[in-house]
Design a protein around this ligand. Sequence first.
Ligand code: UDP
Length: 474
Amino acid sequence: MEKKACSKNGAHVLVFPYPAQGHMLPLLDLTHQLSQRNLSITILITPGNLPILTPLLSANPSIQTLIFPLPNSPLIPRGVENIKDLGDGGNIPMINALSKLQEPITQWFGSHSNPPVAILSDFFLGWTYSLARKLKIPRITFYCSAAIFAAVSDHLWGDSVAVKLGLEVKFQELPGSPCLTWEELPTLFRRYKELQVTDTNFELVKNSMIANTLSWGLVFNSIAALEDEFLDYLREKMGHPRVFTVGPLHLLGRHSNLGGSPITNDGVLSWLDECEDGSVLYVCFGSQKLLKKAQMEALAIGLEKSGVKFVWAVKQATTQQLMDGFGSVPDGFEGRVAGRGFVIKGWAPQSAILSHPAVGGFLSHCGWNSVLEAIASGVMILCWPMEADQYLDDKLMVDYKKAAVRVCNGSDTVPDPDELARKIAKSMRGDVVEKIRAKELRDNAVEAVKVGGSSNKDLDSLVQELAILKGQNA
Ligand code: UDP
């Protein structure tokens, strides 16, 4: 089903986002930028995710939608179409379910008077590479993660047999030869190694992940100055220069309505107005992660003992999740820290909080969107990576860029509250070098998105390359 709208003169591109919060946010921001540069866009979406597009479609009436129902999967409950309602374990069934859209996409393509000249799709939709080959158009991989992650991922999936279950992996040929313990490897890859024998759905996932770097080009929501060595590595590995770095995209404006309404949490900004510049620690572990009860208690004690001012955004657990051992803010905590701590139960206006001058530190799980938002605001990150690409983001920021401090790690780790309090107090109160590096990275980020900056230029180059493809098809 296709929505009719006025069209543009530029190349027609099919944009295919992956239905998970952290994946959709930046790709929709990029789509806005491409539409503003006169590309003609069709965006593929399932009906349940359509409302997320409202801000994008209002700002860009020319964007068309291609709406297909999510194909049935025995592992996805009826009515569920987004990973936020499935948890991380839902990625394998979701990738497989979406891959069944190959046939309807092919039919739509064949019946279109001006079919797309390229598919731009999320890196979790690597199967679109073979679809694009069938349609004889290029596929462009969009990474909502860092280039260091793409490089590691490419290595792991490309030579998965060499990786031994439970053992660490040394990436000898990657810049800085990083070494990752088994727990630090990307979650999807670990699941693959643990379950591949019993779960046939994994074959498609593996081939999809390998296809990402075989694609015509790669686009990163990142900054050239942040990871030039990994971007160069990928260019060399792929044997062509079509690796575009276009971030931080959120600095160019947000174009989706994901999460909750931040309006109800406006009070936090007035509270921050009363705090000294750089004095407040913001604590948030992204849009998905819930902490276990013991972790919540240790964190609460750590924050209290640190003596530091803080804003803590706490994702609310359901009754079932509480029964399953997940935690909530300990009783009496808010009273004990009144005046010094501000607790937000639910969705926080994170970008606005991070860009408030009172915020000087961010205790984060190192999700890539959070990292970029902290960088763009010049806020030092206190890292607690837990899963997925977060360990690599942590390594990039702590070990490679020396712009962040590691305070804990592990999805199930319960930090020692005294040690945590010491680390928080030391980095927030001390004159640490990481604060200076964080400000330098902010300057890089702001420069990159200005006219003539590296990300702005890469965005223009991407559009030019697509125009050439249109010319070839004419
Ligand atoms: N976010 C927010 N308020 C919250 C929690 C998260 O605005 O209370 C936003 C945050 O600003 C970021 C995204 O949700 O843009 C989280 O993405 P990230 O990649 O950091 O982590 P994920 O949720 O994918 O684990």
